[in-house]
Design a protein around this ligand. Structure first.
Ligand code: S3P
Length: 171
């Protein structure tokens, strides 16, 4: 619990649909920490949905906004931060993530497919070939997610409270 005593931020990383926002809100309540979500902040400051940013400004612009928001939120303490699934892609983001405790929610692809099959808010995913796309993104990103301080293996029947308890044991 060393990091907790210092009030270091907890960054939740993981694939789209891995539950970072839902789990993050509950974890923040449990710890009496503030909760922030980088996608929500990006949407609020740009007054656009994530889909709109990708469509109108492109992924590079989105990644820049994401890095800027991460830099700003890293100034806080006592905060649980749900990040976008691609936050791990830019090396520069790791210098901020590393200031806190990085927790990877590792969810099986089949579970992600079930959760995302009716979702149209993720510009990187089309409903067709969802399984193939998620598998290839996971394979591309796995070695980056593995750089987390803590990995939480999530099983199909875990509910958000179970996951919070798994995290509490590790931090
Ligand atoms: C992305 C994940 C999304 C969002 C954007 C890109 C990604 O966030 O940042 O659509 O590259 O994995 P969630 O992980 O919260 O869905």
């Amino acid at each position: 619990m060393k990091e907790l005593l210092k009030g270091l931020n907890i960054y939740l990383i993981g694939m789209m649909g891995s539950g970072k926002t839902t789990v993050g809100e509950l974890l923040a309540k449990e710890l009496e920490y503030r909760f922030l979500d980088t996608d929500a902040i990006i949407s609020a400051v740009s007054e656009k949905s994530i889909n709109q940013i990708f469509a109108e400004d492109g992924e590079d612009e989105f990644r820049q906004l994401e890095s800027d928001v991460l830099q700003e939120v890293s100034a806080y303490l006592y905060t649980v931060i749900a990040t976008g699934g691609g936050i791990i892609l830019r090396q520069q983001n790791w210098s901020h993530l590393r200031d806190g405790m990085v927790v990877w929610l590792n969810v099986p692809i089949d579970v992600l497919v079930q959760r995302l099959k009716d979702d149209d808010t993720r510009p990187l995913l089309k409903r067709e070939e969802l399984q193939t796309k998620l598998t290839s993104l996971y394979e591309q990103r796995k070695s980056l997610y593995q750089q987390a301080d803590i990995t939480i293996g999530i099983e199909e029947n875990d509910n958000p409270n179970d996951i919070v308890q798994k995290i509490m044991v590790e931090i």
